[in-house]
Unconditional design. Structure first.
Ligand code: HAM
Length: 437
């Protein structure tokens, strides 16, 4: 039987990776302008971290985590990046070293969801976590920043949804209001929502079940219940967004699927219709209680993560990678060894080249150089080797001439218009049986 990739997990082949690089570069370029630095945390965390932070009644924890036990430890492959980043922040007492921390991360996340377009079991997120600033300026800047990342890759047709979940016992009061609203409609709700009516009615609001839609549409808005300080935070955020010229939609029923949020919530959705119900390109919000609940001090925080596959599906096709600068085609063993060295010398000068070591005929190698759209092809046969020369063909200009072998790298660099010695010298030779390289 032929083995295939696990359902919901995709191979990303080199021609696609080009587009990934463009998106990742756009993300890094923008977030670095705001002072974010990369953090790398493990793919595996203690299961309890996610259960406590994301919340027991969420879809992610109830149904989607890849959890297992090994050597007596309950472990989970991360379904998201925020809990791990906050865990690292507390574990390394980062708050004691700096009042404000800005971290970004890029990497795979794992959720056993039902695969669909834009919804995978392994998917990539790029995200930011900003700790130590209570906002709302931080909130407005983060929302603005996310829109700029999308704009950099040509995605401007997005709707920015914002909401506030309030703070303190506000959620409890909102839960009670939702229970009052949903209880009379109980019979019409999906089985999950009927159960969550008791455990956590907030989660009914982000239910994906069709049966729940009508009841959710009439649900009370949390914004009507906000305490004055929370309402002020939200009003100031709106003022800042207006000042930045950002169009947004106030969406009083946006709760997002994770339990850790407080106050500001936001989601950027594509309006293209291409992704169906998987239209959330990115989402985030405040989680002012998380650091404290992990054993750290009271540190407010806000963050977001974007789903790279969803964004990539809206980006234009990648341009093909340019062919090599020079294709090195040896005929015979002595020529192969000679071109092995020349290849090294060319790359040291920053010239992209490939040596064909397969022992093919001249014609076959030339065909390959043309197919790859190489600019030059350097041919070395036994006669040339005996004369100390190399034939260089310019495949665009369809010209060829002979150059001396002893300064071939310099000549080829000249022909390509490269400054001499564009690259630093190679690393010093090493003992090859050193297992760590
Ligand atoms: P999230 O809304 O669960 O938030 O995920 C963020 C983004 O990841 C979504 O908007 C979507 O683009 C993408 N995404 C989620 N699940 C999938 C999937 N199964 N397949 C493809 N893409 C997916 C978080 O994860 C929070 N940690 C964001 C955050 C950071 N909040 C504060 N800081």
């Amino acid at each position: 039987m032929q083995l295939r990739a696990v359902r919901g997990m995709k191979d990303i082949l080199p021609e696609q990776v080009r587009l990934w690089h463009r998106l990742e570069r756009a993300f890094c370029d923008v977030v670095r302008l705001y002072g974010y630095e990369e953090v790398r945390t493990p793919l595996l965390e203690a299961t309890q971290l996610f259960v406590r932070q994301i919340g027991e009644d969420t879809d992610v924890v109830e149904k989607e985590m890849y959890s297992f036990e090994r050597h007596g430890d309950a472990l989970t492959v991360r379904p998201e990046g925020t809990a791990g980043a906050a865990r690292a922040y507390v574990q390394h007492s980062v708050y004691a070293r700096e009042p404000v921390t800005r971290w970004y991360y890029l990497g795979p996340m794992f959720r056993a969801e039902r695969p669909a377009k834009g919804r995978y079991r392994q998917f990539f997120q790029a995200g930011c976590e900003h700790l130590g600033d209570p906002g709302p300026l931080a909130d407005a800047e983060m929302i603005h920043m996310t829109a700029q990342i999308l704009a950099r890759v040509g995605i401007e047709d997005v709707a920015i949804h914002i909401n506030s979940l309030g703070s303190g016992d506000m959620r409890e009061r909102y839960r009670a209001a939702l229970r009052d609203h949903f209880t009379p409609l109980r019979a019409s709700l999906s089985a999950d929502s009927q159960r969550r009516l008791e455990t956590n009615p907030l989660r009914i609001l982000d239910s994906k079940a069709a049966a729940d839609r009508a009841a959710v549409a009439g649900a009370p808005s949390i914004l009507d219940l906000l305490e004055p300080a929370d309402a002020e935070h939200f009003a100031t955020l709106r003022r800042y967004l207006d000042r930045l010229g950002i169009d947004y939609v106030v969406d009083g029923r946006l709760v997002r699927g994770l339990d850790y949020y407080t106050r500001t919530l936001f989601e950027l959705k594509t309006r293209s219709g291409e992704l169906g119900s998987q239209d959330a390109l990115l989402g985030g919000g405040r989680y002012d209680g998380m650091v404290r609940s992990l054993g750290g001090p009271e540190v407010p925080a806000i963050g977001f993560a974007m789903g790279l596959e969803r964004i990539l599906s809206l980006m234009a096709e990648p341009e093909a990678m340019a062919g090599p600068d020079c294709y090195l085609a040896p005929l015979g063993e002595a020529a192969r060894a000679e071109l092995l060295s020349l290849g090294t010398e060319l790359r040291r000068r920053g010239i992209r080249c490939e040596v064909d070591g397969r022992g093919l005929s001249l014609r076959a190698m030339l065909r390959r150089a043309n197919a790859m759209d190489s600019r030059l092809c350097a041919l070395l046969g036994e006669d040339e080797l005996a004369q100390g020369v190399l034939t260089v063909k310019d495949l665009n200009a369809r010209q060829q001439d002979e150059i001396r072998l002893d300064d071939a790298a310099e000549r080829i660099a000249d022909r390509l218009g490269r400054p001499p010695a564009a690259m630093p010298s190679p690393l010093p030779a090493r003992n090859t049986d050193d297992p760590d390289g």
